[in-house]
Design a protein around this ligand. Structure first.
Ligand code: VG1
Ligand code: CO
Length: 543
């Protein structure tokens, strides 16, 4: 085996602060592009070099080619062993679990999450650290710095291996262990939830539909829901992963998972509906004629954690990303638990989970999870809901309404303006930041500003500081407006506006969300000058 060293050029495409590279496939197909990034990982991540590397992706277009390239570079860099999902497939939470189970040196996960896939769509790669989580900023910074100076990468001149055959293969001197992508993950779920109770629920005639959106969770959902839990065949729809997700947008929300939403709001609606995204880390949960916001979902799971054997009596605390509604805070307060507020992005939960400061965490962007892995986990959230439904034997709507009666309701919406001009978006945020200085004490419509700032996070475990994590404006009655720019879009900039209001009065718990928040939405639009600065009259997506 001779290692080939290929001369290459530095590149600076990874935005500092983002956990990996997410670009059009065409960009990844450029000579040496993927190779450079992978070499930068091996040049900088030298911990536990004797331990295996976990590798897999969401199966989107270019997944298989990328896996072969990465295997050769790994072998040429002296990597001794790779644990690879069969067919190159691993959902993001399953990859996180394998990293932990194998005490790996880390993992390389190939996905652009909820972004569309195909030759003209998106691809992505990220490195997860030995705790199973997305790389923290000091690691992504090191990879980014290496990318500015890289001038060569190492590879081998070996043929492609068969990715579909379970067992052991070799690339040069490196062993590749090809494992079933589903079984270890399904076993883990069986330890956390009361499968017997959920099986009994299905036996009682309970009906659900899970929409895998032709993305990675199809095989996971079939194995867990239909095989292990006995849900009727056909419970999982769009269950065959496709390289282009069947031309869909594998983002589980009311806009992109419309087929599912229409069914759950239709005449023949089942008891429960759920969907997951491209790489399986997001979830949307619906009841019959009822949508559960991700922020409420976290709060309900926290309040009902004792339903699940894996969580009974062992919740240490909870965390939510800053723009996520404060519904979970209210539950935490009642339970006497700490509730941490972190910047957007799962990596910020890692330290808190590792230190057992928190057991559960979530984001408004359809992400919920716990200390069982170090990624958010779509199917896990669905199973948690099933466990709660099986224990309580009430409908989703009854459970959430009862929750609001106990804790009050946090009305919540997010307005996304996608693919806006980057300069316009940056200008908008800069202008808002300047405004925050004068806002406290002012009255905007009927709302009095209590505080306004650009969120700065001090990590309580390692004291690292993350600045400029979003403009937030808090009002005296607990309502909030938050603005931030997306770090995951691949076209121009995406402006996200998050609006939240608290309603204690039970008589006002059944309002339409957009109407309940209408005045705050107007304030948010006017304050930022969204129309003038972006030329947009309305958001691209409202969730
Ligand atoms: C979005 C979400 C954020 C999430 C991130 C990754 O980021 O808002 O909450 O952690 O996607 O999700 P942004 O920067 O575009 O707002 V996924 O499913 O790509 O792992
Ligand atoms: Co995802």
């Amino acid at each position: 085996m001779t290692v080939q060293t290929i001369t290459t050029q530095p590149f600076s495409d990874q935005k500092p602060g983002t956990s990996g590279l997410r670009k059009k496939v065409k960009v990844f197909e450029k000579p040496n592009y993927l190779e450079n990034f992978v070499q930068c990982i091996f040049d900088t991540q030298r911990d536990r070099e004797d331990a295996p590397l976990v590798l897999g992706g969401d199966g989107r277009y270019y997944n298989r080619q990328a896996i072969q390239i990465i295997l050769r570079i790994a072998a040429a860099n002296g990597c001794a062993r790779v644990v690879l999902g069969q067919g190159g497939i691993l959902s993001t939470p399953a990859a996180s679990h394998l990293i932990r189970q194998h005490q790996a040196r880390g993992g390389i996960i190939l996905s652009a999450s909820h972004n569309p896939g195909g030759p003209d769509e998106d691809f992505g790669i990220k490195f997860n650290t030995p705790n199973g989580g997305p790389a923290p900023e000091k690691v992504t910074e090191a990879i980014y710095r290496a990318s500015l100076h890289i001038n060569r990468y190492h590879t081998l001149d070996t043929p492609d291996i068969d990715l579909d055959c379970l067992g052991t293969a070799s690339v040069g001197d490196m062993w590749v262990e090809i494992v079933d992508p589903v079984s270890a993950y399904a076993d883990l779920m069986e330890q956390l939830f009361d499968f017997g109770q959920i099986r009994a629920l299905f036996q009682s005639g309970f009906r659900m539909r899970f929409d895998a959106m032709h993305a990675v969770t199809g095989p996971y959902a079939r194995e867990i829901l239909e095989k292990r839990l006995g849900a009727p065949a056909g419970t999982v729809i769009n269950g065959v992963p496709l390289e282009d997700f069947g031309h869909g947008h594998p983002d589980p929300n009311l806009v992109y998972a419309k087929e599912l939403a229409d069914y759950l709001f239709g005449a023949d609606a089942p008891d429960f509906g759920a969907a997951s995204d491209g790489d399986g880390d997001r979830n949307m949960v619906l009841g019959r004629h009822f949508f559960v916001t991700p922020s409420d979902s976290l709060a309900v799971i926290l309040a009902n954690a004792a339903s699940a054997p894996g969580y009974r009596g062992r919740i240490s605390g909870v965390a939510r990303s800053m723009p996520t509604s404060q519904a979970a805070d209210r539950v935490a307060a009642k339970l006497g638990l700490n509730c941490y507020e972190t910047p957007t992005g799962w990596k910020f939960f890692g330290n808190l989970l590792d230190a057992d400061k928190i057991t559960l965490c979530g984001e408004e962007s359809f992400g919920t999870g716990s200390d069982h892995v170090r990624e958010k986990d779509g199917l896990w959230a669905v199973l948690f809901w099933l466990n709660i439904l099986a224990a309580r034997r009430q409908s989703v709507a009854e459970i959430v309404r009862e929750h609001w009666r106990t804790y009050g309701r946090n009305y919540y919406t997010r307005h996304d303006y996608e693919a806006v001009d980057s300069d316009a978006a940056n200008g908008l945020v800069d202008a808002l930041r300047a405004k925050t200085v004068d806002l406290p004490g002012q009255k905007l419509g009927s709302y009095a500003v209590a505080y306004a700032d650009d969120f700065r996070y001090l990590d309580p475990i390692d004291d690292s500081v993350s600045d400029k994590q979003g403009i937030r404006i808090g009002f005296q009655d607990g309502s909030r407006i938050v603005y931030r720019l997306s770090g995951t879009g691949t076209e121009g900039a995406t402006l996200r506006v998050y609006v939240e209001a608290y309603e204690a009065d039970q008589a006002r718990h059944d309002l339409d969300t957009q109407q309940a928040l209408a005045e705050l939405i107007q304030i948010a639009n006017d304050l930022a000058g969204i129309r003038e600065r972006t030329g947009r009259n309305e958001p691209t997506v409202i969730t």
